[in-house]
Design a protein around this ligand. Structure first.
Ligand code: PCA
Length: 213
């Protein structure tokens, strides 16, 4: 194939947007709903490709790696649910540690385990987080920066993603999302955000991430 044909086959550039299956007794996961809602949406010159990942350390990470290798995206944004989040939580750090009491959806429990042996201790998000935060606030969406994505499956996949993308010089990051309102019913004090607002906010964040510096 000529180079121009390869280029055409790859066009438009892809934004990989991942979400997770429900876990922890929930029947939905806002991250999967938001990713699905944005599948095929154009952001700048790029198009969003949504991917659902299992809430499983090994299988989630493997699914992410496969998708990056298949799609060669120009940007990767992972989404996950964080009960207690009151708005979009822009994660700054992926740490090389998996350590959580709750099992993943396959029953695996990890304690004190590196995500990837011999990899760096941590990676920073390579998204323009300040710009994204300002864009979200400017449009009226609650959002904040966070210095820890935890040490459960989201961080595990986020770390795997950043390790892979560092070698490809592709920007990537992770955003935790609040519960949907019906998930917070009967759980006083837990914040939530309707799906349409979450979708609009993530779209805004992607727009800001795709703006050239
Ligand atoms: N949130 C979990 C795993 C899957 C998800 O949506 C986490 O924060 O690790």
């Amino acid at each position: 194939m000529h180079n121009s044909m390869v280029d055409r086959a790859r066009r438009p550039p892809k934004i990989l947007l991942t979400g997770f299956d429900p876990f922890g007794g929930e029947r939905v996961n806002p991250s999967l709903e938001v990713a699905r809602a944005l599948d095929g949406v154009h952001v700048g010159a790029a198009v969003v490709v949504a991917l659902g990942l299992p809430v499983a350390y090994a299988e989630g990470a493997a699914g992410l790696v496969r998708a990056v290798e298949t799609l060669s995206p120009v940007l990767v944004v992972g989404l996950g649910q964080s009960s207690g989040a009151a708005g979009l939580v822009l994660e700054r750090v992926a740490v090389n540690l998996s350590d959580a009491d709750p099992p993943d959806n396959t029953g695996a429990v990890l304690h004190d385990t590196p995500v990837i042996a011999d990899a760096p201790t941590a990676y920073l998000s390579t998204l323009p987080l300040r710009r994204m935060l300002a864009a979200l606030h400017g449009a009226g969406f609650p959002a904040s920066l966070s210095n820890s994505a935890g040490s459960y499956v989201c961080n595990h996949v986020f770390f795997t993603q950043q390790h892979l993308l560092a070698r490809r010089a592709v920007p990537g990051g992770f955003i935790h999302l609040p519960l949907l309102p019906h998930q917070a019913v009967g759980r006083p004090g837990l914040p939530s955000m309707p799906l349409d607002l979450q979708v609009a906010a993530v779209r805004h964040a992607l727009d800001a991430a795709m703006l050239s510096p």
